[in-house]
Design a protein around this ligand. Sequence first.
Ligand code: GCU
Length: 138
Amino acid sequence: AAAITHEAENAVISQGVVESNHTGFTGTGFVNYNNSAGGYVQWTVNAAQAGSASLTIRYANGTSTNRAMDITVNGAAAATSRAFPGTGAWTTWTTATITADLKAGANTVRATATTADGGPNVDHLAVDAGGPAPGGKT
Ligand code: GCU
Protein backbone atom coordinates (compact mmCIF):
# COMPACT_ATOMS: atom_id res chain seq x y z
CA ALA A 1 0.00 0.00 0.00
CA ALA A 2 1.13 3.57 -0.47
CA ALA A 3 2.50 5.39 2.53
CA ILE A 4 0.33 7.99 4.21
CA THR A 5 2.13 11.20 5.14
CA HIS A 6 1.53 12.85 8.50
CA GLU A 7 3.08 16.29 8.70
CA ALA A 8 5.07 17.18 11.83
CA GLU A 9 3.63 20.70 11.83
CA ASN A 10 0.16 19.23 12.37
CA ALA A 11 1.22 16.86 15.17
CA VAL A 12 1.39 17.37 18.92
CA ILE A 13 4.63 19.25 19.64
CA SER A 14 6.36 19.53 23.00
CA GLN A 15 9.48 21.68 23.32
CA GLY A 16 9.71 22.57 19.65
CA VAL A 17 8.41 25.11 17.17
CA VAL A 18 7.08 25.01 13.61
CA GLU A 19 9.34 26.79 11.14
CA SER A 20 9.64 27.07 7.36
CA ASN A 21 12.96 28.85 6.83
CA HIS A 22 14.81 25.85 5.37
CA THR A 23 13.43 24.80 1.98
CA GLY A 24 12.63 21.29 0.83
CA PHE A 25 9.98 20.37 3.41
CA THR A 26 6.60 18.89 2.55
CA GLY A 27 3.41 20.51 3.77
CA THR A 28 3.74 23.97 5.27
CA GLY A 29 6.86 23.57 7.42
CA PHE A 30 8.80 21.38 9.82
CA VAL A 31 9.42 21.11 13.53
CA ASN A 32 12.57 22.61 15.02
CA TYR A 33 13.10 20.82 18.33
CA ASN A 34 14.43 22.92 21.18
CA ASN A 35 18.11 22.31 21.83
CA SER A 36 17.46 20.18 24.90
CA ALA A 37 16.53 16.60 25.70
CA GLY A 38 12.90 15.58 26.10
CA GLY A 39 11.19 17.48 23.32
CA TYR A 40 8.92 15.42 21.11
CA VAL A 41 6.63 15.29 18.12
CA GLN A 42 3.69 12.92 18.50
CA TRP A 43 1.53 11.80 15.63
CA THR A 44 -1.77 9.95 15.68
CA VAL A 45 -1.78 7.22 13.06
CA ASN A 46 -4.79 5.15 12.12
CA ALA A 47 -4.39 1.56 11.00
CA ALA A 48 -7.13 -0.42 9.31
CA GLN A 49 -5.92 -3.60 10.95
CA ALA A 50 -3.26 -4.72 13.39
CA GLY A 51 0.11 -5.59 11.94
CA SER A 52 3.58 -4.52 11.00
CA ALA A 53 4.11 -1.07 9.47
CA SER A 54 7.04 0.92 8.14
CA LEU A 55 7.42 4.23 9.96
CA THR A 56 9.58 6.67 8.01
CA ILE A 57 10.68 9.97 9.54
CA ARG A 58 11.88 12.64 7.09
CA TYR A 59 14.40 14.96 8.71
CA ALA A 60 17.33 17.32 8.23
CA ASN A 61 20.33 17.79 10.50
CA GLY A 62 22.69 20.54 9.41
CA THR A 63 25.27 19.67 12.04
CA SER A 64 27.85 16.90 12.12
CA THR A 65 26.54 15.52 15.41
CA ASN A 66 23.85 12.85 15.65
CA ARG A 67 20.49 14.16 16.89
CA ALA A 68 19.39 10.93 18.56
CA MET A 69 15.73 10.25 19.30
CA ASP A 70 13.71 7.49 20.92
CA ILE A 71 10.72 6.32 18.90
CA THR A 72 7.75 4.94 20.79
CA VAL A 73 4.53 3.44 19.49
CA ASN A 74 1.60 3.56 21.89
CA GLY A 75 4.11 4.29 24.65
CA ALA A 76 6.32 1.27 24.01
CA ALA A 77 9.87 1.54 22.68
CA ALA A 78 10.14 0.91 18.94
CA ALA A 79 13.67 2.34 18.54
CA THR A 80 16.03 3.52 21.25
CA SER A 81 18.45 6.40 20.59
CA ARG A 82 18.13 6.20 16.83
CA ALA A 83 21.03 8.31 15.54
CA PHE A 84 19.56 10.77 12.97
CA PRO A 85 23.04 11.70 11.66
CA GLY A 86 23.99 14.93 9.95
CA THR A 87 22.59 15.42 6.45
CA GLY A 88 25.07 18.11 5.38
CA ALA A 89 22.71 21.07 5.50
CA TRP A 90 19.43 22.10 7.08
CA THR A 91 17.96 22.13 3.56
CA THR A 92 19.07 18.55 2.85
CA TRP A 93 16.33 16.17 3.93
CA THR A 94 16.59 12.42 4.24
CA THR A 95 14.61 9.58 5.76
CA ALA A 96 15.03 7.08 8.59
CA THR A 97 12.73 4.05 8.70
CA ILE A 98 11.83 1.68 11.48
CA THR A 99 9.39 -1.20 11.51
CA ALA A 100 6.86 -1.49 14.31
CA ASP A 101 3.56 -3.17 15.06
CA LEU A 102 0.42 -1.04 14.97
CA LYS A 103 -2.91 -1.95 16.48
CA ALA A 104 -6.18 -1.54 14.65
CA GLY A 105 -7.51 1.98 15.04
CA ALA A 106 -5.66 4.96 16.48
CA ASN A 107 -1.99 4.66 17.40
CA THR A 108 0.42 7.23 18.78
CA VAL A 109 3.94 7.50 17.37
CA ARG A 110 6.27 9.76 19.35
CA ALA A 111 9.82 10.85 18.46
CA THR A 112 11.62 12.21 21.55
CA ALA A 113 15.01 13.92 21.54
CA THR A 114 17.44 12.17 23.85
CA THR A 115 20.42 14.54 23.89
CA ALA A 116 21.02 18.15 24.93
CA ASP A 117 21.20 19.12 21.24
CA GLY A 118 17.52 18.24 20.77
CA GLY A 119 16.13 16.44 17.76
CA PRO A 120 16.81 17.08 14.10
CA ASN A 121 14.40 19.24 12.15
CA VAL A 122 11.52 16.86 11.43
CA ASP A 123 9.40 17.24 8.30
CA HIS A 124 6.94 14.37 8.47
CA LEU A 125 6.14 10.77 9.35
CA ALA A 126 5.17 8.46 6.49
CA VAL A 127 3.36 5.27 7.48
CA ASP A 128 3.12 2.27 5.19
CA ALA A 129 1.04 -0.51 6.70
CA GLY A 130 1.14 -2.53 3.51
CA GLY A 131 4.49 -4.17 4.14
CA PRO A 132 5.20 -7.84 4.70
CA ALA A 133 2.78 -9.59 6.99
CA PRO A 134 4.07 -10.21 10.51
CA GLY A 135 5.55 -13.64 11.09
CA GLY A 136 3.00 -16.35 11.69
CA LYS A 137 0.11 -14.55 10.09
CA THR A 138 -1.31 -15.51 6.74
C1 GCU B 1 19.82 26.34 13.38
C2 GCU B 1 18.80 26.00 12.30
C3 GCU B 1 17.57 25.40 12.91
C4 GCU B 1 17.96 24.20 13.75
C5 GCU B 1 18.94 24.63 14.81
C6 GCU B 1 19.41 23.48 15.68
O1 GCU B 1 19.33 27.37 14.18
O2 GCU B 1 18.46 27.17 11.57
O3 GCU B 1 16.65 25.02 11.89
O4 GCU B 1 16.84 23.60 14.33
O5 GCU B 1 20.08 25.21 14.19
O6 GCU B 1 20.61 23.37 15.89
O7 GCU B 1 18.61 22.70 16.16
